[in-house]
Design a binder for this molecule. Structure first.
Ligand code: GLU
Length: 423
């Protein structure tokens, strides 16, 4: 089953619960435009390589297409399509005036020099320039892309259109028109929602043990924020493996150790425990083993389809926070539901990233830059409101949070498409 079939399944499920207009469901089930490119790059050794690349513009009824660009050796057209549709839904869940898009280049960026990566990025922008723009389609970081790559995109696009256009892309460095708080936004948004859920359930973070899959940009920051809020971090992994400890780990030390030793899996002996207790012990685990560890909250911040029908029955966490896009396969999701595991779905949990991207667009448009406090405050307001809307729909329809998040988004999209009289 392709990733986009997962998306379609989720749309159909929500649509049947809420009785969505069939034509709206059909509109949401197809992208408005798919762009396929072949990007030629002169490599450092003088040879020429051609990298296949995509941008899918799923839907712009709510506003300009919006979504990241990922650089990955396994990315393909179907994956980018699924991710673009989730962007449309995600923006509607948090009710920001943006549509959905996504880009990807088939490349292992770890095999490229900095110069090769820059030439690849600039050439991609040259091919894509007619289709993007601050009011048309605004890319952002995603897997393996970062603020530096975003500033190359802004620079190349500005050269092409002959005027400074920082608003063509978000997630830029702060000195290049980026927003304060954008780097932490995905994690921060997820933590705001998790805290609301915990409060609603009458739970105390101090009693909750957390395991993080994907201790990187989103997962590493989430771990830090969760520990600041009182949760106990007991395990973490990255692409190479991980560790699980008998007592809580200091996320800052773990991050420092990961940088020095290349992977958290090499850090078992090096992380001091937050609390000075006897008999503390860490063991090395594979990524698969980490998911099945005894814990209360499992944060999924790596790639898609990590929980499937195979491992879902063995998941011991009671709450899953989906910071990655599509980390739970629909078949795995059914099993989690049957077992009473609550998943805070990606389209709500990780929407903080695109929300602060929207703030960045607003700041670029009027040249007035916000303080970090303002960004955080406005992000919290939007995430808490989205949580309440989703919770309300879950109660109304007796549905899961995922179904309720889709229902929240699809009803907004339906109203907007009708008001515009677009079909
Ligand atoms: N790549 C992020 C996501 O999947 C952020 C997208 C954006 O900021 O436009 O939500």
């Amino acid at each position: 089953m392709s990733l986009f079939e997962n998306t379609l399944k989720q749309i159909r499920k929500a649509s049947s619960i809420m009785d969505l207009d069939e034509d709206i469901e059909r509109i949401m089930s197809v992208p408005q435009r798919k762009i396929e490119m072949q990007v030629p790059v002169k490599m450092d050794d003088g040879s020429l390589k051609i990298f296949p690349a995509f941008r899918v513009q799923h839907n712009n009824y709510m506003g300009p297409y919006k979504g990241g660009i990922r650089y990955h050796q396994q990315v393909d057209a179907e994956e980018v399509l699924a991710l673009s549709a989730w962007m449309t839904i995600k923006c509607a869940v948090v009710n920001i005036p943006l549509g959905g898009g996504k880009g990807g280049i088939i490349v292992n960026p770890k095999e490229l020099s900095e110069g090769e990566k820059e030439r690849l990025t600039r050439r991609y922008v040259q091919l894509l320039a007619p289709a993007i723009g601050p009011d048309r389609d605004v890319p952002a970081p995603d897997v393996n892309t970062n603020a530096k790559i975003m500033s190359w995109i802004a620079d190349e696009y500005s050269k092409i259109v002959g005027k400074d256009s920082p608003g063509v892309v978000t997630g830029k460095p702060v000195g290049q028109g980026g927003s304060e708080g954008r780097g932490e936004a995905t994690a921060q948004g997820g933590v705001y929602v998790l805290n609301e859920y915990i409060k609603h359930e009458g739970l105390d973070p101090k009693n909750l043990k957390v395991v993080v899959q994907g201790f990187g940009n989103a997962g590493g920051i989430a771990a830090k924020l969760l520990v600041e809020d009182g949760y106990q971090l007991i395990g973490a992994s990255d692409s190479q493996g991980g560790i699980v400890c008998s007592h809580s780990i200091d996320p800052n030390e773990l991050m420092q150790c990961k940088v020095e030793k290349n992977s958290v899996k090499n850090c078992g002996l090096h992380v001091t425990q937050l609390h000075d207790v006897e008999g503390v012990d860490c063991k090395e685990v594979s990524n698969e083993e980490l998911l099945e560890e005894e814990c209360d909250v499992l944060v999924l911040a790596a790639l898609e389809n990590q929980i499937t029908k195979e491992n879902a029955p063995r998941i011991k966490a009671k709450i899953i926070l989906e910071l990655a896009n599509g980390p739970v396969h629909p078949e795995g999701d059914e099993i989690l539901n049957e077992n009473g595991v609550v998943a805070i779905p990606d389209i709500l949990a990780n929407a903080g990233g695109v929300t602060v991207s929207y703030f960045e667009m607003l700041q670029n448009a009027d040249g007035n830059y916000w303080s970090e406090e303002r960004v955080k405050g406005e992000l919290q307001d939007i995430m808490v409101k989205a949580w309440k809307d989703v919770k309300c729909n879950a109660e109304k329809h007796q549905s899961t949070l995922r179904e309720a998040a889709f229902i929240t988004a699809l009803s907004r999209l339906e109203a907007k498409i009708r008001e515009r009289g677009s079909f």
